[in-house]
Each structure stands twice: as structure tokens, then as C-alpha cells.
Design a protein around this ligand. Structure first.
Ligand code: FES
Ligand code: FES
Length: 150
């Protein structure tokens, strides 16, 4: 394998990356490869629209999910890693955080929604669904109250 080629796992699927530019971000790669559920807002780490879950392993061997802004992550640093995007969260039917977001009216224009879902998804598995788990996500529509009810 060439030095600038590597693989990573996205939503359970192994993906080979070839001739990777060192400046290409994970967000750019996701969107250019058709995974457009992950949104670009600020492109600068401030809005949370681009949030994905990076998969790690806890001390008990179970998966741990870390919410990260994909606009700040060089794709090459994800070599060998596993990530989950919003497409992966819902691929076997709505996840409980998605069901709650829908039933509590937490989405209006929807642009921020994938990022909120990813932050809620990671918080769900840490039993930490609270205001702090959403402090990296901005919404211009809802006034936050419906989202906070999730
Ligand atoms: S696009 Fe705003 S934090 Fe990444
Ligand atoms: S629902 Fe429109 S920005 Fe949040």
C-alpha cells in the first residue's frame, strides 16, 4: 500500500483511501463521497453541524463513541479508525435519539439536526444526555427548547 493510502471504517464498511491529500478533511471526504448527511456550517469547529462519532474501546472492551467535528479532522489521521455518521445511526431504523428528536419537534430547517443527532448518539451510550452534551452544537431555528426536551 502506498504511503498516502490507507483504510478506515465508515458505518461498518471498510473504505480504501488512495492518494490522500494531507489537507483533505474528514468532512470534505464524507461529502465528496456522497455521505452528505454530515453538514458543513462554519467549517471552523464552532457550529457542530459536521459532528461524527469516532469509535474507540472502553476498559470493558465495549465500543465507546466520541463526538468530533469532522471539519477539523484531517482525513489521514483517521487511518485505521472507525467512524459513525448520521447515515449509520439510522441504518437499521430510527435510533431512540432520532425518535425523540422527531416526536419532540427538535428540528425545523434541519440543517443542524444531523450534528445534534450525533452528539446525542454519543451521549446516549455514555448515559450523559444533558445540556453539556449539546454545548458544541448551534441551532438558528428552534430556540433550543424542543431540543433540550430530547
Ligand atoms: S462545520 Fe461547524 S463545527 Fe464543523
Ligand atoms: S433546525 Fe434549523 S438550524 Fe437548527
Amino acid at each position: 500500500m502506498q504511503n498516502n493510502s490507507f483504510s478506515l471504517t465508515i458505518n461498518g464498511e471498510k473504505v480504501l483511501i488512495q492518494d490522500c491529500s494531507p489537507t483533505l478533511t474528514l468532512l470534505e471526504y464524507l461529502r465528496h463521497s456522497g455521505r452528505v448527511g454530515t453538514k458543513e456550517g462554519c467549517g471552523d469547529g464552532d457550529c457542530g453541524a459536521c459532528t461524527v462519532a469516532v469509535v474507540g474501546q472502553g476498559a470493558d472492551g465495549r465500543p465507546q463513541y466520541l463526538a468530533m467535528n469532522s471539519c477539523l479532522i484531517p482525513l489521514a489521521t483517521m487511518a485505521g479508525r472507525e467512524i459513525v455518521t448520521v447515515e449509520g445511526v439510522g441504518k437499521n431504523g430510527l435510533h431512540p435519539v432520532q425518535t425523540a428528536m422527531v416526536s419532540l419537534g427538535g428540528s425545523q430547517c434541519g440543517y443542524c439536526t444531523p450534528g445534534f443527532i450525533m452528539s446525542l448518539f454519543t451521549a446516549y451510550y455514555k448515559n450523559e444526555v444533558n445540556d453539556e452534551s449539546l454545548e458544541g452544537n448551534l441551532c438558528r431555528c428552534t430556540g433550543y427548547l424542543p431540543i433540550r426536551r430530547v
